[in-house]
Design a protein around this ligand. Sequence first.
Ligand code: MEV
Length: 338
Amino acid sequence: MVTVSAPGKVHLIGEHSVVYGEPAIIAAIDKRCFVNATKNADLIVKTPEAESIYDINEVTYFVNELRNLWHKCADKKDFSEMFETMKEDPFNLVKATVGEVLMDLNIDEGADIEIRSDIPVGAGLGSSAALAVSVVKAMTILYDKELSRDEINDITFSIEKYMHGTPSGGDNTTCCYGGLVWFQKTMQGNVIKNLDISKLENFFLVYVSRPEKSTGELVQQVRELEESYRQPRISDIGRATHDMLDALTTNDTKKIRECINIAQKNLSELGVSLPIIDDICKAVRGIGGAAKLCGAGGGGTVLCYHEDRLKLLEAISDLGFSATETVLGDEGVRVDSK
Ligand code: MEV
């Protein structure tokens, strides 16, 4: 048996704008997805709540269907059909991941995959990317395929496309490499830099609610806005992301706060916030901190930054929520045992 784990992630800044070519700063967090895998003729998927078994021909057939469907949706610029397909079975993400690995690496056996994740689903913390990265890595170890981190990341990106339509690739990259990542999609390929910033303290996560819409649906919703409305806001987050890099490097706490608050203002105007998220962010700003939604938004988690821990915890508790300090820059995908 092999045990592999990958971290969740949090965008310090740059979600949504990263889809349009702006940079994002994304940190791997200290919540992980663990996968135990053993060889098996079929694909068996187990979580603490459920278990299913699939013939591997069914699994590879499913991936062929997804590949065709993705192109059809891309032509229509509408991924709704893809999102509906992925929602039909809660294990479709694992099925797609294993199928993609079997097809890419010419493996003709399945696996028994047991999943335990600390990363809440739909919280903007990269649960799907962490699961896909860990399953890809586990399969490669199980079937003695020596893949580089880049290759694992590339396979995982295909899965993220089935899940989210036109993702940036930032989530899977961070869950794969870990650390604090500067990620940017360019015409020449992805720019991926590990930011060597040691002092990343005073960041807290506040879980609000499970979003009604998926990441893919929210990305599509933003894409459907008038370009003349969307683009200035995307560019503004882009500028704040460059400023955030300077601020983190020099530990300029005032500037860190400003950048986070600029991002939240723009994300809210792009329609991916919620009244309760705006209220939390306003309250945190009111006590001299900064806060923004995480990931696609529509609910999920709020990232708060405040140098006075107690002041922040009290303000969040007054609103009926709780805040947990988060470790930023955790280790990427790793083999825990084999
Ligand atoms: C989702 O975690 C982050 C988004 O920017 C989408 C993406 O980058 O693919 C909303």
